[in-house]
Design a protein around this ligand. Structure first.
Ligand SMILES: Cc1cc2nc3c(=O)[nH]c(=O)nc-3n(C[C@H](O)[C@H](O)[C@H](O)COP(=O)(O)OP(=O)(O)OC[C@H]3O[C@@H](n4cnc5c(N)ncnc54)[C@H](O)[C@@H]3O)c2cc1C
Length: 395
């Protein structure tokens, strides 16, 4: 049976569901196709950290727009997203201290609530924190975290309430051009004719783009996290997320007082390796990863020594060559938009990406997102995002 829709979104992660919600709110007729269930890939595995600490201004502006929306999202959607404003500490070694000063000045110009702090001040928020090797730190008060699964489900439910069709267990198997004005999106449950396809397929985004007939530089990557239980009352749901740039390790609390952590030098090395099959990857990280993260946490937080591992997990995301999001149209390709290349750091952006895509579809421009910086053309034009710190975890 051939059906019609004004817009077809492919992918039920945070970007696809946010796009569906914002487009439905703008009175567009939307069908979202998800081959499994909502948030079944990167968005279900995500650490959920929300921060503005990036080294490129366009990224900071986008993250800041999203950070401003997170506290209100639950009441806007009428569904839980479990947002907690807990703040963020970033700590750097002497080699990155000058860069940090510059970056924080840029953040303050953009309007991010953030300040440079001396390393000892970290103990105001994290008791007994060892500061050896740390030359400077920042505290970003407006950072937080949310539950990525709940956020995607909340966007999807609200989109459905506003009239969008959310079809899970529906896999896109082909996309055929029909003349010059529409596509036939073929799924295992039937075919939909549409003038506009929006690719939000995460680690599979390259595959969807090839169905359209284009190559995009998005390859599957794998990220991993581990949860420890320090059983320490000084570490709780409002303790700040911290990012130790000397070991590339990050850690945030959850509402049960666990330490959810990831990064590390081995993961950073693994991110450069594109050999990941998003349909067949180890569900648990290797023991060496867990051991590395344990060491890095326990070295900074003496009260964490001897803590037990509660669980660990991995999830696939689409990586772009500069590990930043790719957003918007592709020159010369009509009826196609994408929000792809999340690169292990795009959960936080989802309230702003959906908003921006709805604005682009309805007005042809974006107020909250610098279309040119995030365009796929940045790679051919030699202007990829370049992280200013020594390692790209910050971007
Ligand atoms: C372990 C881990 C930790 C992370 N931590 C953070 C963090 O702390 N903060 C942060 O900001 N970001 C973080 N990220 C990154 C962030 O979660 C992702 O960038 C973001 O969730 C990507 O969302 P998405 O909607 O693009 O992709 P996904 O959530 O992967 O959604 C894509 C969807 O497309 C569907 N799909 C694919 N092919 C088809 C098809 N043919 N037909 C129909 N559907 C299809 C898939 O089933 C999938 O559900 C982390 C990611 C991981 C994996």
């Amino acid at each position: 049976m051939l059906r019609e829709s004004e817009i077809v979104i492919i992918g039920g992660g945070v970007h696809g569901t946010s796009a569906a919600y914002h487009l439905a709110k703008a009175s567009k007729q939307v069908v979202l196709l998800e081959r499994r269930s909502i948030a079944s890939a990167a968005s279900g595995a995500s650490g959920g950290i929300i921060r503005c600490h990036y080294s490129n201004e366009s990224m900071v502006r986008l993250a800041h727009r999203a950070a401003q929306r997170w506290p209100e999202l639950e009441s806007e959607l009428g569904q839980p997203v479990d947002y907690v404003r807990n703040g963020l500490i970033v700590a750097v070694a002497a080699e990155d201290a000058g860069t940090m000063q510059e970056i924080v000045r840029m953040h303050q110009r953009v309007g991010v609530e953030t300040e440079v702090i001396p390393p000892e001040a970290i103990r105001r928020w994290i008791p007994e924190f060892h500061i050896d090797g740390i030359a400077l730190a920042t505290y970003e008060a407006e950072a937080g975290y949310a539950d990525p699964y709940s956020a995607a489900v909340a966007f999807a439910r609200k989109a459905r309430e506003l009239g969008a069709e959310i079809s899970t267990d529906t896999k896109v198997t082909a996309i055929e051009a029909e003349g010059t004005t529409s596509w036939k999106v073929v799924t295992d449950k039937g075919t939909i004719r549409t003038p506009l396809v929006i690719n939000c397929a995460g680690a599979w985004a390259g595959e969807i783009a090839r169905m359209i007939g284009i190559e995009i530089p998005v390859t599957p990557g794998l990220l991993q996290m581990v949860a420890f239980d320090p059983k320490y009352p000084g570490w709780h749901r409002y303790s700040p997320t911290w990012l130790d740039m000397t070991t590339m390790t990050y850690c945030r609390p959850d509402s049960a007082g666990l330490m959810l952590a990831g990064g590390g030098l081995s993961e950073n090395a693994a991110m450069e390796n594109p050999e990941v099959d998003p349909d067949n990857y180890p569900a648990r990280p290797p023991v060496v990863f867990e051991a590395e993260i344990y060491e890095n946490l326990a070295r900074r937080c003496p009260w964490a020594q001897g803590m037990s591992r509660v669980r660990s997990w991995a999830g696939p995301d689409g990586n772009s060559p500069d590990f930043h999001l790719i957003f918007g149209p592709v020159p010369g390709v009509r009826g196609y938009l994408h929000i792809v290349g999340g690169s292990g750091n795009s959960f936080k952006l989802c309230p702003a990406t959906g908003e921006a895509i709805a604005e682009y579809v309805t007005t042809g421009r974006c107020t909250y997102l610098d279309l040119n910086s995030f365009s796929i053309t940045r790679f051919q034009e030699g202007r990829p995002f370049r992280g200013k710190y020594r390692m790209h975890i910050i971007g």
